[in-house]
Design a protein around this ligand. Structure first.
Ligand code: E4P
Length: 216
């Protein structure tokens, strides 16, 4: 299972990293804009995440046509060691073409903004590492996001192969636990959710008792 942090805000990321439960960091143009990070500063931000213990980092292309996506992806990939960077591509018709070429050349690809089971199926067929559905946004649109992601997960399992669903737009601890119960292979969470998953008051309380008894 791969747990990612979904953020381009270094202060937010530093509050969580390094930590051994975190596999990596996912970013997208919206997160960069929200954090005030210009695109030119993205490689440096991602290298900082790697230095903080992230095993993989993900960056999204910013072109709408396959040729532009490939050019953007290649210039990002050139700045990282093999295996460090996963290229995120929206699961459009053009995106599938670009991603297929990158995957065939041995690069890890995440198809993002996956809203339908067949998109996850095609992503798996094309050798992607991940397909990213957006749970919260599916729910916002009036769809039962969890039920749709369960259908995607069934298709991915049936297709076989190593591709994982990387569920994004995960806003609550309950949503995270429900996704784990579905057996999804990866989840990316906003850093604000991290303490809710890692820190339990009762555990701290028990620890305080143990430490007091150890001293007595
Ligand atoms: C995914 O890449 C996005 O960062 C994620 O969907 C954002 O979550 P939100 O829909 O809760 O804003």
């Amino acid at each position: 299972f791969h747990l990612y942090l979904d953020s381009a805000d270094l202060a937010e990321l530093r509050a969580c990293l390094p930590h051994p439960v975190v596999h990596g960091v996912t970013t997208n143009p919206t997160l960069l804009r929200r954090a005030g990070v210009p695109r030119a500063a993205l490689p440096a931000l991602l290298h900082e995440c790697l230095a903080l213990g992230a095993r993989q980092v993900q960056a999204q292309v910013q072109a709408a046509d396959a040729a532009g996506m490939l050019e953007d992806a290649q210039s990002l990939l050139a700045q990282f060691a093999p295996g460090q960077l996963v290229i995120k591509i929206p699961a459009t018709r053009e995106g599938l073409r670009a991603g297929a070429q990158l995957a065939a050349a041995g690069h890890a690809v995440t198809y993002t903004a996956v809203y339908a089971p067949e998109q996850a199926h095609f992503a798996a067929l094309l050798g992607a590492a991940y397909a990213a559905p957006y749970l919260g946004r599916l729910d916002d649109s009036g769809v039962d996001g969890l039920a749709l992601i369960a259908r995607m997960q069934a298709l991915v399992a049936q297709t076989g192969g190593p591709m994982r669903l990387l569920v994004a737009s995960v806003r609550t601890r309950e949503a995270y636990l429900s996704l784990l119960a579905l057996g999804v292979g990866a989840i990316t969470i906003p850093p604000r959710l991290f303490p809710q998953l890692l820190d339990h008051d009762a555990t701290h309380e028990a620890e305080r008792g143990f430490l007091a008894d150890a001293r007595a």
